[in-house]
Design a binder for this molecule. Sequence first.
Ligand code: CP
Ligand code: NVA
Length: 309
Amino acid sequence: MTRHLLTGTELTRSDLLAVLRRAAALKADPALGRDSLAGRSVALIFQKPSTRTRISMEVGISELGAHPLLLRPDEMQLSRGESVKDTARILSRHVHAVGIRTNADALLEELADEGAIPVINLLTDGHHPCQVVADLLTLQEAFPERLGADGGFEDLHLAYVGDGNNVARSIALVGAIAGLRVTVVAPDGYQLDPDETTATLASDPRTGVAGADCLYADVWVSMGDTDSDARRTALAPYQVDDALLDAAAPGAIALHCLPAHPGEEITADVLYGDRQRIWDQAENRRHAQKALLEWALQAGPFAAEPAGA
Ligand code: CP
Ligand code: NVA
C-alpha cells in the first residue's frame, strides 16, 4: 500500500515512535542512511514560499542518496491549466515520491488518489505534519528522562499559544498519536474546532500554559491570511515572552516553527535566549524528514523485506 503523509494520522503510534528513533540515529551519525534511497527520485513542488522546508527536504533527499527535483509551479503545465489528475499520473511514471506545499488539502488528496506514489504534505492550509515530527524530535532531545519506555510522550505537556492554524492542528493531531498532552491557547475566533481535536482548548494565556513543559509559538498571520490587522489585535495578548514561560512548568522550553516575527508572537529575548530550542528544532526538520522519507518509501529500517532478501 502506498504510504502517504497528508495529515500525519497515517502514522501509527509505533510507526511514529520508530520514525523518531530513526531520525535521532540519522542525526547522530551523518553516514547512516547514505544510500537508503539510492536510485530514487523525489519531486518537490512549492506553491507557497518556504525556507526551512525546501532546504531541509532538498538536502535530506540528497543525503539519503536520492535525487531531488525542485519543480517550480510557474514552470509546470499545472500553471496553464493541466489537471492535478494528469500531473499525478506523469509524476508517478517518473519519480518515486512527491512532496508538495500548497493551499487546499483537497489538492493534496487528489494528487494522492490519482497517482501511484507517496505524497508528502509540506504544509497546507490545514496541516503541517513534517513540522510536528521535527518538533517531537526536539522535545525528545530536551526531555529524554521524561519519555516512556517505548519513547512515548505521555509525561509531557505542550501548550501552543496563538492562532489555531495548520501548525496548531498538526501538533494536536500528531502529538496525540505520540501520547503528548496538548493545550491550544487561543482567542475566540482563532481557536481550533473542538469537534476536530482532542487537545485541551483554552483562551487565557497565563492559566492556559500552567504546567506546560513547552510553549509553542507560530506566526499570527499565516501565508494566505488577509486579515492581518484584525489578527494582530486579537492575538496581541498571546505573545510568548519570559513572563509567560515563568507561568509554565519549571524548566519549560520555547519552540517556534519559524519564520518568526520578534515583537509579535515571540520576543527577541525568548527567540535568541537560553530557554528556547528553536534553532535545534529548525535543524531537526531535515533529520525528521529523512526518516519520514524512508518510512514512505519503505527503505532503511522501514523496509518491508530485510535488505538483500
Ligand atoms: N517552518 C517552516 O515550514 O518553514 P518554511 O516556511 O520556511 O518552510
Ligand atoms: N502557519 C504558518 C506556518 C509557516 C511555516 C503558515 O501557514 O504560514
